[in-house]
Every structure is written in C-alpha cells, then in structure tokens.
Design a protein around this ligand. Structure first.
Ligand code: ACO
Length: 428
C-alpha cells in the first residue's frame, strides 16, 4: 500500500499522498495543499522542495552518487564522449552507431552563426565579461530563428531548435574568446567532431598542437561530461521556469547562463583560480586563509568548497582531481597553484569547521586548474561550464515541455505594510 502523510493543523488532520521515485526518494505531495487547507509551505531557497518529477539525472548527496539516465558518471567520464552524453541526456538512451552519426551530421550542419551576428560581437567593449556576452548572444539567436518563438512547435521543429542551439554554442563561445584577443574568427569545419571543432575555433591560430592533441580533446570531453547535467540546480531550475511560460529555447537557455554566472554557482570556477592566485601572491599561507574562511566577520569563503546537495563528497570533484593530475603530467606543466589547492584541501578536510558543516571540494575546485593548463583565460571558465551544461538545460527544458508542466509560479508569505493611505509628496 502506498504511504500517506498526515498533517495536523489545529483540530483537523489532512492526508497527503507520498510519492516515491525510482531510486527510493520520497516526497510529500503538497500540490493540493492550499485548496485543501488554505495554507502554503515556506521553503526559502527551495532546500526541501521538489519542483518536478524528472527522469534525467539522479544524485544522492549523502552517498556522493551521480547518474545520467541511470549511467554512473564515473563510467560516462571514462568511456563516453561529450556528444554521446548530450544525446543520452536529450533523447533518453545511449545512441546506436547510426543515431550518433546522424546526430553529428545534423550538428555539424548547423554550426555557423548568421554573419550579421558578428556585429553583436563587435558591439561589446573588449573587456566585457564573456558570460554577459554569451547570455545576450544566445538570446539573440531567437531573432535569427523566429520560428522558435512558436509556443507549440511540432516535435521536428522543436528538435531543430535544439540542434541549432547545441551546434552554435561552441562557435559563439570560441568567437567571444577570439574577439577578446582581437584575433580573426575561425569558422567551424565539418570534418571535426564537436569538441575538436570547438578547440580548433578557439586555439586554431595559436598552435596546431592543441588542435590535434588527443590529451587536450580527452580532457575537454571529460570536463564537459562532468558538467553536462546536475538535476534541479539554480541555472537548470531557471531554464525550466523560464520555459514554463512557453518562452523559446534560446531565451530559456540565455536565462540559465545568467543564473550560472553567479559566484555561488558556475562563477565559482573563476573565483577559485583567482582565490588560489591571491593566496599564492600572499605567500601561500593556507592556514591564514582557512582561518579567514572560518571567521564569521570576514566575508571570505573558501571558493570551490561546499555544495547545496553533496554533503559527503562531490563525485565529479574526485574524477576532476585525478584528471587534473594526469593532464598536468601529460602536458608537462608544473602549476604552483595546484600545490596550493591540494594543501588547502588537505587542511580543510581535517578542520572541524569544515567537517561539521560537511564542506568538501566541489566540481569547481579543480576544473579551473585544468582550463588554465589548456590555455583558457580565467574569465572564460564559467563559459566553459555553460558549454558543458547546455545538453542538461536542453534535456530539462524538453522534459518540462513534454510533461506539459504548468507555469512556474511560487507563493509567498507577505510581511510588508498592510493598509496605508497615500500621502502627498509635500506632506511626507
Ligand atoms: N567556506 C566557508 N564556509 C562555508 C562555505 C565555504 N565555501 N560554504 C558554506 N560555508 C558555511 C556557511 O558559512 C554556513 O555556516 P554556518 O552554519 O555557521 O552559518 C554553512 O557552511 C552552510 O552554508 P550555506 O551557505 O548555508 O549552505 P548552502 O547550501 O546555502 O550553500 C554553497 C552552498 C552556495 C555552494 C556554499 O557552500 C558556497 O558558497 N560555496 C562556495 C562557492 C562555490 O564553490 N560554489 C560552487 C557550488 S558547485 C556549483 O554550483 C557547480
């Protein structure tokens, strides 16, 4: 028999259904609570609120488990490619050889962006942050593909919009980088796979080696796979909620990019490297910086530490730490900042402050060190996160549409002034 939760308010008892997920997660279904009782729930920051039922990504924060469509992240990171994982997330199954061939073909035939878009690149000041540019540029795709504005696209039309945003993102990202250098843009080439194409458009002119070095291509694939989805995080929830008003995919993804930008979310990867550099310039005294992170009167936080959901360890951080060691070794790079990161981690993991609060290194703690080794400037790190997260945002947006979810619209508990009479300005 399915479980029932009982809610007692005053002298009344209400029965609420209990929903159980495929991994045994349980939720009290309060969707009719206000109609039944007149009450709403209050959960600032949605720490205990399930916003949807999703079949895309499962994570267990206590056990440090992350799976996409049932496949453990460790297996996908070791064996799969980013584009195969993108297919898995968006379409629900690992592709057959034929399916992946078609997917790659479709993607490679939509990589170009409209030539008029170059004017937007030219309009940004050279020092403007790449995330602001990315958000605007992705949103502007809706102007070039107005058919995407139809709220009731057919399955084929919807799929074409998905292919377009996925295919054009690497071109946009690499051109933002080229523009920041003042270098000419490099056009996509159909002969390359998704990741190689991106690396070629980004570093193509600088060195042939980067373009063909499988170590770099593998590292990039791993990083993108690890970032590809993470269930209902801040940016993904943003994408779903924007899409729930029947906004087009470009506008929804653009909103996700803005949400990801913040230093408490994807922006942390840039902050981590900047923090490590600061500690290095300050003499490398990790104890001093740990003490600052613990001091409630000091706004400093140990960036790359802590997670809303992972309270034991972040499985992505484990994979990234190992990848980081491998890549630096293979590329023959000796990065002092890595030593500081390792020392910080070692000290923090033994410190009661971090142990009691279950604060562990998250995915961003080591990713920046790899991006740096690959040659990306610091302010591009969060853009790379967005490139990786894109299939997840698309899959979640699509799921929200297929499920015909209602417009997202939370309630509130009003705490402001009650009735007041308007006072003329001269009498205030
Ligand atoms: N350094 C020092 N103290 C911390 C840190 C940190 N990085 N993170 C949390 N704490 C402390 C808080 O001060 C708080 O202490 P208190 O209970 O004594 O008041 C306690 O740990 C709980 O922290 P909250 O902020 O309430 O936890 P929440 O779940 O809301 O936040 C978050 C999670 C935002 C990730 C937080 O840990 C943080 O700011 N970390 C640094 C930024 C970061 O790395 N973000 C990337 C997250 S991963 C991602 O988005 C891909």
């Amino acid at each position: 028999m399915s479980e029932i939760a009982q809610l007692i308010i005053g002298d009344k008892t209400y029965e609420l259904p209990v929903i159980e997920g495929s991994e045994g997660e349980k939720a009290i279904d309060i969707s009719k609570l206000r109609d039944q009782t007149g009450y709403v729930t209050l959960d600032i920051g949605y720490k205990n609120t399930g916003a949807t039922q999703s079949a895309i990504t499962f994570l267990d924060g206590e056990l440090g488990i992350l799976k996409y469509r049932g496949y453990p992240i460790e297996q996908l990171a070791a064996k799969s490619s980013f584009i195969e994982v993108a297919y898995l997330l968006i379409y629900g199954e690992l592709p057959t050889e034929e399916q992946i061939k078609k997917f790659n073909y479709d993607l490679s035939h939509h990589t170009l962006v409209h030539e008029d878009m170059k004017k937007f690149f030219d309009g940004f000041p050279s020092k403007s942050h790449p995330m602001g540019q990315l958000s605007s540029l992705v949103s502007s795709l809706s102007a070039f593909y107005p058919e995407s504005l139809k709220p009731n696209q057919t399955a084929e039309e919807l799929n074409l919009s998905i292919i377009k945003v996925l295919a054009k993102m690497p071109t946009i990202v690499s051109w933002i980088y080229k523009k920041s250098l003042g270098h000419p843009y490099i056009y996509p080439q159909n002969k390359y796979d998704y990741v190689t194409n991106f690396l070629n458009m980004t570093f193509g002119q600088r060195t042939e080696v980067v373009e063909i070095d499988p170590v770099v291509v593998n590292a990039m694939n791993t990083l993108l796979i690890l970032h590809a989805d993470h269930e209902q995080n801040c940016s993904t929830s943003t994408v779903r909620i924007v899409g729930s008003s029947a906004s087009n995919i470009y506008a929804s993804v653009s909103a996700g990019i803005s949400a990801l930008w913040g230093p408490l979310h994807g922006g942390a990867n840039q902050e981590v490297i900047e923090m490590l550099q600061k500690i290095q310039e300050d003499g490398g005294d990790t104890d001093k910086w740990i003490a600052k992170a613990k001091d409630k009167n000091d706004p400093f936080r140990l960036m790359g530490f802590g997670h809303r959901v992972y309270k034991n360890f972040d499985p992505r951080a484990k994979i990234i730490k190992k990848a980081c060691d491998d890549i630096l070794e293979k590329l023959g790079i000796d990065d002092e900042v890595l030593e500081i990161a390792k020392k910080l981690e070692e000290v923090a993991l033994k410190d009661p402050y971090f142990i009691e609060r279950k604060l562990y290194p998250n995915v961003d703690f080591y990713s920046g060190i790899i991006y740096r080794a690959l040659g990306f400037p610091t302010d591009m790190f969060t853009v790379l996160f967005a490139l990786g997260r894109l299939p997840g945002w698309i899959a979640q947006w699509k799921e929200m549409k297929v499920h015909k979810e209602p417009i997202g619209r939370p309630r509130q508990i009003y705490t402001g002034a009650t009735n007041r009479d308007y006072v003329d300005i001269q009498d205030r």
